[in-house]
Ligand binder design. Structure first.
Ligand SMILES: Nc1ncnc2c1ncn2[C@@H]1O[C@H](COP(=O)(O)OP(=O)(O)OP(=O)(O)O)[C@@H](O)[C@H]1O
Ligand SMILES: [Mg+2]
Length: 252
């Protein structure tokens, strides 16, 4: 589904991604671990096509198509959706407006939308400007709510758990699982084919208590250093820290 080959990216003429290789097949969700400044958000922003990130080498393939040159909206139309680490405030655009844009109001969608608003307690934010004055946790919820309605085929979440209290974390976990769940005419598909694909960048991995991922990757200094079982890798990071990874030359 998503395949990244030897991706090099510059920001302001400085190389930040130094040859990233990553493959996420259909029906798989992967975790992306890595210390501060290792390049997780830059990778995510580059997948989305933000223009300040200059691709100097390599390719990003989505369902076999090279998307290096596509604009952000073209990537979104292909089915890639992202919740950023620090989503911007958009004054003059209300949550209600974006929801209407995402869901053009067919009867089935209307029922779905109302159900979702109620289930995730989002009614109170409908007439607020996008992310304006929302707390950290509320902002994450608002972003995920929009993604849940848009149902991207490939979901990218940048630190969905940072700054979120335990109660909100549980709700955010439920929202992520709902967004990942594939449905056909309202019915959930059974596993193992029942999930969309995705990538979740997380420092703390606390979100992984609620959302299962199939594989994890550790990013160090602009490269994927190694990959493996998410729970085992996170246990090792918690015990030994990323400094152990930096000195490990295993490169699996
Ligand atoms: N717009 C930018 N201009 C200049 N440098 C940038 C920009 N965006 C990212 N960087 C630099 O690129 C490097 C990687 O940053 P990135 O945000 O990807 O790290 P990260 O792994 O997501 O860290 P964190 O865990 O803190 O979110 C950092 O050194 C950062 O300062
Ligand atoms: Mg980041």
């Amino acid at each position: 589904m998503l395949k990244i080959n030897n991706l090099h990216v510059n920001i302001e003429n400085k190389e930040v991604l130094k040859g990233v290789n990553l493959e996420i097949p259909h029906n798989e969700v992967h975790s992306l671990f890595g210390p501060n400044g290792s390049g997780k958000s830059v990778l995510i922003s580059t997948i989305m096509g933000y223009p300040e990130y200059e691709i100097t080498g390599g390719e990003i393939l989505f369902n076999g198509q090279n998307i290096n040159q596509l604009s952000i909206d073209e990537r979104v139309k292909l089915g890639i959706g992202v919740s950023e680490q620090r989503p911007p405030t958009i004054k003059g655009v209300k949550l209600r407006n974006l929801i209407e844009l995402l869901m053009p109001g067919e009867i089935q969608d209307e029922t779905f939308r109302k159900g979702m608003l109620e289930r995730f307690n989002m009614d109170k934010f409908l007439d607020r400007n996008i992310n304006d004055g929302l707390s950290g946790g509320e902002t994450k919820k608002s972003e995920l709510f929009l993604l849940m309605l848009a149902r991207p085929e490939f979901l990218i979440l940048d630190e969905p758990d940072s700054g979120v209290d335990p109660e909100h974390l549980k709700k955010i976990g439920a929202m992520i699982n709902e967004t990942l769940q594939k449905k056909i005419q309202g019915n959930e598909l059974c596993n193992p084919y029942g999930r969309n694909s995705g990538l979740i960048a997380t420092h703390s991995a606390v979100i992984l208590e609620y959302v299962h991922t199939d594989k994890a990757h550790i990013m160090l200094d602009g490269k994927i250093h190694c990959s493996g079982n998410p729970a085992v890798m996170m246990d090792q990071i918690k015990s030994n820290g990323y400094s152990y990874c930096i000195n490990c030359h295993q490169n699996i």
